[in-house]
Design a protein around this ligand. Structure first.
Ligand SMILES: NC(=O)c1ccc[n+]([C@@H]2O[C@H](COP(=O)([O-])OP(=O)(O)OC[C@H]3O[C@@H](n4cnc5c(N)ncnc54)[C@H](OP(=O)(O)O)[C@@H]3O)[C@@H](O)[C@H]2O)c1
Length: 290
């Protein structure tokens, strides 16, 4: 695949915007579409064409890259009456976090329309998207992965092929489970320390020297202490969506869901408290309880 192939980019949100920029910086012609058009417009100055319908984006493209919120948004965007017939002979790269079943259903629908489908969810957040350092995990036909490698390579240094459709989606959920659980566990320890009048620095110093220290603890600490005004990299509403997907995938594989069900309660309460658009570390506000 050469950089003369046009990429239709769908979803220029927190992650999609810097990813579309990476494609442009690598020399790919990009046609961008976003439901709220104003979020895509700044890409014009960087050379992208910004269109008003998904069908217009597909018409001009060989490859469609999607970084949309969830499976419902993907289906509405790609499988509507105008866009769906245009999927014939197109390669669709789905990069948002969706469930393995949802991904397999999309693959079946796109294939039945004559298109090709690769799932390629990512680990990493906005800073990694800006730097082209996402961990890109692909599921689907290996030959399609190889063909699309130059596109995937714009987003991460070492895109990996994991296996058939569904395997990369599952891997992404397994990794996000750790993020969801770690944030909730750290927030609970932090709340104990704060309420038990233990000096925060002493807690952090002992933690730093321990085997269970994780760099994310200190990165998320300022957000946990002040979730409302912190920069948002990964909104709590998407973490709630992911936790629900993790629970569904666990249930489908008869994996015990006790922990993930508790996480769902916490992240649902975070959204209910009006913190759905705050960073997911805002879960700390619910845990500390005041
Ligand atoms: N942020 C992260 O750190 C991160 C990391 C890895 C993976 N992800 C995953 O990547 C995906 C995008 O995340 P993000 O953080 O970029 O979220 P975001 O900023 O909320 O962007 C979501 C995108 O989906 C679009 N969208 C939502 N509902 C839609 C609908 N019904 N029809 C059409 N478009 C719709 C939004 O359009 P509007 O602008 O019009 O709302 C926006 O372009 C999610 O699946 C997320 O879980 C996020």
């Amino acid at each position: 695949m050469s950089t003369t192939c046009t990429v239709a980019f769908f979803g220029t949100g927190l992650m999609g915007f810097p990813m579309a920029k990476r494609l442009l910086a690598s020399g790919f012609p990009v046609t961008a579409w976003n439901r709220s058009r104003e979020k895509a417009l700044p890409l014009k100055a960087l050379g992208a064409e910004v269109v008003t319908t998904p069908a217009q984006a597909l018409e001009q493209a060989d490859v469609a890259v999607l970084m949309l919120a969830h499976a419902d948004a993907i289906r509405k965007t790609l499988l509507g009456a105008e866009a769906a017939p245009l999927l014939a002979k197109k390669s669709v790269v789905q990069m948002g976090t969706i469930g393995p079943e949802e991904s397999r259903d999309l693959a079946a629908d796109i294939t039945s329309l004559g298109g090709r489908y690769l799932e390629a969810p990512v680990l990493g957040s906005v800073p990694q998207a800006e730097a082209g350092k996402l961990e890109v995990m692909a599921g689907g036909d290996k030959a399609l992965f190889d063909e699309l490698f130059p596109v995937l390579r714009c987003f991460g240094r070492h895109p990996r092929w994991i296996g058939p459709v569904g395997t990369a989606a599952t891997l992404k959920l397994a990794l996000n489970h750790l993020i969801a659980a770690q944030a909730a566990a750290f927030a609970t320890s932090l709340a104990l320390v704060q309420k038990g009048q233990v000096p925060l620095e002493v807690f952090l110093e002992i933690l730093r020297g321990s085997a269970f220290y994780a760099p994310t603890f200190e990165r998320k600490l300022p957000v946990m202490l002040n979730p409302v005004h912190a920069k948002v990299n990964f909104p709590a509403k998407h973490m709630l969506k992911d936790v629900r997907l993790i629970r569904a995938a666990a249930e489908a594989s008869a994996v015990n869901t006790t922990l993930v069900a508790a996480l769902e309660v916490l992240y649902a309460a975070t959204e209910k408290a009006g913190l759905g658009d705050a960073d997911y570390a805002a879960v700390a506000r619910l845990i500390v309880g005041d």
